[in-house]
Design a protein around this ligand. Structure first.
Ligand SMILES: C[S@@+](CC[C@H](N)C(=O)[O-])C[C@H]1O[C@@H](n2cnc3c(N)ncnc32)[C@H](O)[C@@H]1O
Length: 384
């Protein structure tokens, strides 16, 4: 598995503390800097809690417990100071060959909330992984909905539970519309933890053009909200961050057509749809017309952009058209009103909990594992 990404969390001991501030603000998945010597060996760590709070306040809007808020930094008192000077040199770490979960849980339990991330070191003391509190206690974080992007966590978990119940050993989950990769990196991480909990292996794919939104002049594409070139991907930076996920680059209107032949993915159990445009969404949904073998009997779906558009534009139109033309599988619920805006982005009256309405399912009535026998065949009992 790729661990190049760990280097993004490392700073040489001669680097400035200002750079460490910047890094800690920028990072999403772990809030730690591993300080290394010239030989690449870990000699210390820096976490938000290691800074002198009297001087730096809440570290640029990031509370010491890792909550990110993009405010200006206030750390001038560290001018000219190196990370080597201020880092915590008596830090806890896990050895690469140890069981991360038992070693990590012990450290987290003793440290209380003070430690959120633990470096994992190889036999030479070089960092090879970072183990987070949320990973150590994943089931609990999941059940109490404390992970970021629960909209990705839950469909992946539900898909894995369904797969296990229906006798699949491997499934796929896909994000359509990757951009900078925040969502794909998380899906990749969550897939690894879900594999561990359920025993079901999970392939992760991310579809994107790479160069931002494609050109379009269709009114249904919500031109009022999006423009060509929005969300360009930094491909090499993203590839470094991916543990096992595969990028499928190109226009989805093309890549969707030969995806199955080219990649032979395991049956798809979850789809995260965030391509903004009607036409791109329609191309994604057309993939659901492919044979049932490529899917679980239920595909858990998340639509990112249901809060914009009307019944005749964007994702809503694509869903309605899909349901009209697909005989054996439907996207449900087709319509829910709460939290939707009109085509100009004004929120319509009603319940504002958009999140709940963004989750949908593709129910595949013709699937051989949909309803083969009454006894023991319930798919409604999935519990976290
Ligand atoms: C809002 S961004 C995705 C953000 C991402 N899901 C995240 O979590 O950060 C929308 C992405 O959809 C991609 N996209 C839209 N239409 C596409 C198409 N036809 N083919 C490939 N990518 C497309 C764009 O390249 C853009 O990166």
């Amino acid at each position: 598995m790729n661990n190049e990404w760990v280097k993004d969390y490392c700073l040489d001991e001669d680097e400035s503390v200002h750079k460490a501030f910047y890094y800690l603000n920028k990072f999403r998945n772990h809030k730690i800097i591993i300080v290394t010597d010239t030989g690449g060996k870990a000699v210390g760590i820096l976490t938000p809690g290691d800074f002198n709070e009297e001087h730096v306040g809440d570290i640029g809007g990031m509370s010491r417990y890792g909550v990110y808020a993009p405010e200006p930094l206030s750390h001038r008192c560290y001018d000219g100071v190196t990370v080597g000077e201020v880092c915590n040199r008596s830090f806890k770490f896990i050895r690469e060959n140890e069981d991360k979960y038992s070693a990590g849980r012990n450290i987290f339990a003793d440290a209380g909330i003070k430690i959120l991330d633990i470096p994992v070191l190889d036999t030479n003391g070089a960092p090879v992984d970072i183990f987070a509190r949320w990973q150590a206690f994943y089931r609990e974080y999941l059940a109490t909905r404390r992970l970021s992007r629960m909209s990705y966590v839950e469909p992946i978990y539900q898909a894995a539970l369904l797969a296990r119940k229906k006798g699949y050993d491997t499934i796929s989950v896909i994000e359509f519309g990757v951009a900078g990769g925040t969502g794909l990196v998380l899906a990749d991480l969550y897939a690894r933890e879900t594999e561990r909990l359920t025993g079901v292996r999970i392939q992760v794919y991310g579809f994107d053009l790479g160069s931002g939104l494609p050109a379009t002049d269709k009114a249904e594409d919500l031109l009022i909200a999006y423009k060509q070139g929005d969300y360009v991907m930094d491909e090499s930076a993203l590839r470094r961050q991916l543990r096992g996920a595969k990028l499928v680059l190109g226009d989805i209107r093309e890549t969707a057509k030969d995806f199955f032949a080219k990649y032979a993915p395991a049956p798809i159990g979850a789809m995260f749809i965030d391509v903004d445009l009607y036409e791109s969404t329609a191309a994604v949904l057309d993939m659901l017309l492919e044979p049932d073998d490529w899917y679980l009997p239920i595909v858990y779906m998340w639509f990112d952009d249901l809060a914009v558009g009307s019944d005749f534009s964007g994702e809503w139109l694509a869903i309605k058209e899909f349901n009209a033309k697909s005989l054996n599988s439907k996207i449900t619920p087709e319509d829910m009103f709460s939290g939707r805006s009109d085509d100009c982005g004004f929120l319509m009256a009603g319940d504002l909990s958009v999140g709940a309405t963004q989750q949908k399912r593709n129910v595949r009535y013709s699937h051989p594992k949909w309803a083969t026998a009454k006894a023991g065949n319930s798919i409604c009992e999935l519990r976290i």
